[in-house]
Design a protein. Structure first.
Length: 259
């Protein structure tokens, strides 16, 4: 790849915004659907590019505040950058670790950050639209007129929004190997999602999680290039047994509603 040494670094003197979106993006990404007017948004965009297309890379580099090239899954690449170049993600209040194919159907990233920080949640996420993939029923948008958020004990790995200190706490014990499957159970167990009311799903901010058939021309998940589903499941089973973690029933503790 001719572009392998063209990583874009945050320029000297770059004034960071308060919030950050981190994503790993491949050739078939949907990053443009996350973008807002650069002058009004309250977040920086940091991208780990794992694709093979120089055109796709150039398009991402033009939109992002920082881009680097690395092969791996989202949390694997996040761990790598925190270890090798910690200054890049330091100084943010909240970091949204999001898949590259998420599409907003209600609200936007700036609102998501503002709401999460206002309520001081440790980990949260937008609700998922029924028009897209629903892996866990608790993440599906609940249509109630005044409902703002549900305080829950589970946040999915697709697009968790972390208070920065909670994320770095988890990354200190995350081994950098597990890809996708089980990572959400890991951070939920470690950060105490079943014990404290600091995890939330926002039903007034909604994203579409693309079906696998919509993500790539052949309908195959790009993460499978790096590790098979069976291997990822096995990793989680070993970790769960070693640390006595639980896959507990998904629970809504209470709802936050407008008066």
């Amino acid at each position: 790849m001719l572009f392998m040494n063209n990583e874009k670094y945050l320029p000297s003197g770059h004034l960071k915004k308060r919030f950050c979106i981190f994503t790993s993006a491949g050739d078939n990404n949907n990053i443009a659907k996350l973008m807002e007017d650069k002058e009004s948004r309250n977040w920086d965009l940091v991208v780990a590019f794992y694709g093979n297309s120089e055109i796709a890379y150039r398009n991402i580099a033009e939109k992002s505040d920082f881009t680097f090239i690395i092969k791996g899954a989202k949390f694997q690449n996040l761990k790598s950058i925190v270890v090798s170049q910690p200054a890049i993600l330091s100084g943010y209040d909240y970091i949204w670790v999001v898949d590259d194919d998420i599409e907003f159907t209600l609200g936007n990233a700036s609102i998501l950050f503002d709401v999460a920080s206002f309520f001081d949640f440790d980990v949260s996420q937008p609700a998922f639209s029924s028009n897209g993939k629903i892996s866990h029923e608790i993440t599906r948008m609940v249509e109630k007129e005044k409902l703002v958020a549900r305080i829950v004990n589970f946040i999915e790995v697709t697009c968790p929004l972390f208070k920065a200190e909670a994320l770095f706490d988890f990354l200190n014990i995350y081994d950098g190997k597990m890809a996708g499957w089980g990572v959400d159970w890991w951070f939920c167990n470690y950060l105490g999602s079943n014990k404290k009311a600091k995890f939330a799903i926002f039903d007034k901010i909604v994203v579409k999680n693309m079906h696998d058939s919509e993500k790539t021309p052949d309908g195959k998940r790009e993460i499978s290039q790096y590790m098979s589903d069976n291997d990822r499941i096995m990793q989680w089973e070993i970790l769960k047994n070693n640390f006595h973690y639980k896959e507990f029933d998904h629970t809504v503790f209470f709802e936050l509603s407008l008066p």
